[in-house]
Design a protein. Structure first.
Length: 319
């Protein structure tokens, strides 16, 4: 089984093999711990490859990869602290690998966390805030995060459970919009072009920025949809299960056009889908999937829309 873990982190697994591995991890605590240890080593090598001392970085990364494939994981993580003096976020309790690295802009250091296509990532930020990144999502924050301010930039979709600190509000910047909280749980989604969706579960958040003429306050159970195209913000009631179900591995669609559903499936499973029958692209779909493989999902859709399809590895053609 350890060979399968190596194969996963080498990027050589098919979607079906990934599902089989994750199913086994869920029922095998020892395997789960080994996976998480390797995951942290891989995350640290991403940091090492971008540090200023290129020679130390090269040697450190080479050393880590040797240890990884020799299964000397416990020692690897201990040694990692010597090479990576700054490790701003901790990957916790998840079966998916995050890409973490440091960058510098105008003399200021930043930490960037990304969730690759087909993967969901849970991290703990330096202030204790928990963030769930949906596939193809990216967080960026300064090295001073939690010292002078708690500002984070978001691209994609992320659910936050914010650690309380009344003296230092937590701020999310998404497409020019600012969402400010003290301690609360909420979801932000920027997948749709020019649109920022914010759903509040607990606490209170304040929305401002962009071209909004005023600040808006959200209370639990509300959803704000901001469009940068017409500079308008609309507040409606949120369906919490729909908005945050993906954190519990639910892939949920609520009256969404099929073309948007396909984009979400691509992100969720890390596949590429070509729709050769655009006439059904705007048909609305409601439904949910959980722990289903990509074959079952596409087959279910084919029964509803009467289309044919071909699956070749990570490429799917619908016609």
């Amino acid at each position: 089984m350890s060979e399968l873990i190596d194969k996963y982190f080498a990027g050589e697994m098919t979607c079906e093999e990934k599902k089989d591995l994750f199913d086994r991890i869920e029922s095998d605590e020892a395997l789960k711990k080994e996976f998480l240890r390797i995951q942290n080593v891989v995350a640290l090598t991403q940091i090492l490859s971008r540090q200023d001392d290129s020679e130390t970085s090269r040697k450190g990364k080479q050393h880590f990869m040797q240890l990884l494939f020799r299964k000397r994981l416990k020692r690897a993580i201990t040694v990692s602290l010597k090479y990576a003096a700054v490790f701003a976020v901790l990957v916790v309790g998840t079966f998916y690998a995050a890409k973490l690295y440091l960058s510098e802009e105008f003399g200021k250091s930043y930490t960037i966390v990304t969730a690759p296509k087909g993967q969901r990532v849970k991290i703990e930020l330096p202030d204790g805030t928990i963030a769930w990144l949906s596939p193809c999502s990216r967080l960026r924050f300064a090295a001073s995060f939690n010292e002078s301010d708690r500002k984070i930039e978001l691209d994609g979709a992320t659910y936050f459970d914010v650690a309380k600190n009344p003296d230092c509000p937590f701020r999310v910047i998404a497409n020019g919009l600012q969402i400010e909280v003290v301690g609360t749980s909420f979801n932000v989604n920027t997948y749709k072009k020019g649109v920022v969706e914010t759903s509040l579960l607990t606490g209170q958040i304040k929305i401002s920025g962009g071209s909004l003429p005023q600040e808006y306050i959200l209370t639990p159970g509300e959803k704000a949809t901001y469009s940068s195209i017409n500079n308008a913000l609309k507040i409606t009631q949120a369906d919490v299960h729909v908005e945050t179900g993906w954190c519990d591995d639910y892939l949920i669609f609520d009256s969404e056009p099929l073309i948007d559903v396909i984009e979400e499936i691509e992100r969720w499973y890390g596949v590429e889908i070509e729709l050769r029958c655009p006439q059904i692209g705007q048909d609305l779909l409601s439904g949910s999937f959980r722990h289903e493989n990509i074959q079952n999902v596409i087959h279910s859709l084919s029964l509803q829309y009467k289309f044919k399809y071909e699956i070749h590895k990570d490429k799917i053609t619908i016609y």
